[in-house]
Write a protein that binds this ligand. Sequence first.
Ligand code: NDP
Ligand code: 2IT
Length: 444
Amino acid sequence: MSYTEEVYERVVAQNPGEPEFHQAVKEVLDSLKVVIDRNEEKYRSLSILERLVEPERIISFRVPWIDDNGNVQINKGYRVQFNSAIGPYKGGLRFHPTVNQSILKFLGFEQVFKNSLTGLPIGGGKGGSNFDPKGKSDREVMAFCQSFMTELSKYIGADTDVPAGDIGVGGREIGFLFGQYKRIRGLYEGVLTGKGLTYGGSLIRTEATGYGVVYILNELMQAHNDSLEGKTVVVTGSGNVAIYAIQKATQLGAKVVALCDSNGYVYDPNGINLDVVKDIKEVKRGRIKEYADRVEGATYTEGTGIWNIKCDVYLPCATQNELDVDGVKTLIANGCKYIVEGANMPTTREATEYAMANGVLFLPGKASNAGGVATSALEMSQNSQRLSWTAEEVDAKLHQIMKDIYAKIDDAAKRYDMPDNFVAGANIAGFEKVVDAMIAQGLV
Ligand code: NDP
Ligand code: 2IT
């Protein structure tokens, strides 16, 4: 058995009941086989893969809070501090009822490689809770965030671990979390990113993940003598990443005709009206169904199946494993040429392999959604300098970072004779920097 296979079997045996974590590890280890094979003795002697798949630390804690009816509620809270070889742990917090240790370990593991690809000095981490913000009052969300931070504050800091948002954690939650950290620790520091602009946030952080997805898509298309102009695009989700991916794709001349939430999807042949989406999702915190009631010519379909809509470009921006092989087959049959992941691991392994084997140009989330965390690192830089950069400056840096990521993953894929295999390219290029730093720092 190869070293990568041995380590994968060990991960499955030692981390029972964690299918998402196994899936993320398998994809990375399969890609790394070609790298390990060239230098197996060295990597084995240092147990480098065993170290890479074991989080440095997992913190899990109880989060008690009181709801609006005066009842005590208890949630689970976590922070997975996965790897600090190249910088302080960095990665988002997810508040969603499905959150568990497997999901946070998969996200933390992916984050290590993603953060490495940004070229910035940030390690990998992820955290969150099975708390569901949907339908909660602002007071309930604040009570939860304050209790969550009361415990988490013991383990984070501007130079140790810097959380941010993810599913269910946006500007409102980051504000409540920041206030409680400051109150408990007595420190006004860049301990969180995605902050509001009046208290240390960076311009363009809100837009960064979605913009970054489209910037790197544009690089991919240009490298293949194509462009977004006149293309039909389907975006999934209708949250932070989806909204700003739609905005940038539209600015670059594409027509985005569909989006969704966890209840169903909207098709608008005239092109999505983003003002309506923002009002429904960012202001009213409502359901995407309302779009069809408000926009003439748009239709709403309950349930899944958004991949049935014909498109040239598909940008999955909702959640893990949302796109399976049947979905990909339908997309390809309808002429889809590009799948670029805005979410983390939204495409199943089988679907990814099918897409790549059938002519789709595919960018994995750890490369294509890295603009969010990269701009978080720019927020950290601004906080350290006690300065704020202009929107143009941050956007230009983000754009350049996405171009550099495309160049890195393209180069790694070509160096290992797998041109256009950006899954392998991203895993290899991400690994090279982290592993170099790990080896240099000795057995820690
Ligand atoms: P949000 O909470 O803002 O939005 C999530 C969106 O996805 C919502 O529209 C939600 O719908 C939808 N969704 C969730 N689960 C499902 C499902 N099972 N089927 C269909 N739709 C679903 O989160 P973000 O936009 O921040 O995050 C989206 C993805 O992008 C996640 O995978 C996240 O990890 C990733 N990501 C986020 C970054 C960021 O900076 N925010 C950076 C990099 C990656 P509903 O309202 O019904 O739940
Ligand atoms: O998955 C991700 O990269 C994020 N949710 C953003 C993390 C961050 O620290 O900005």
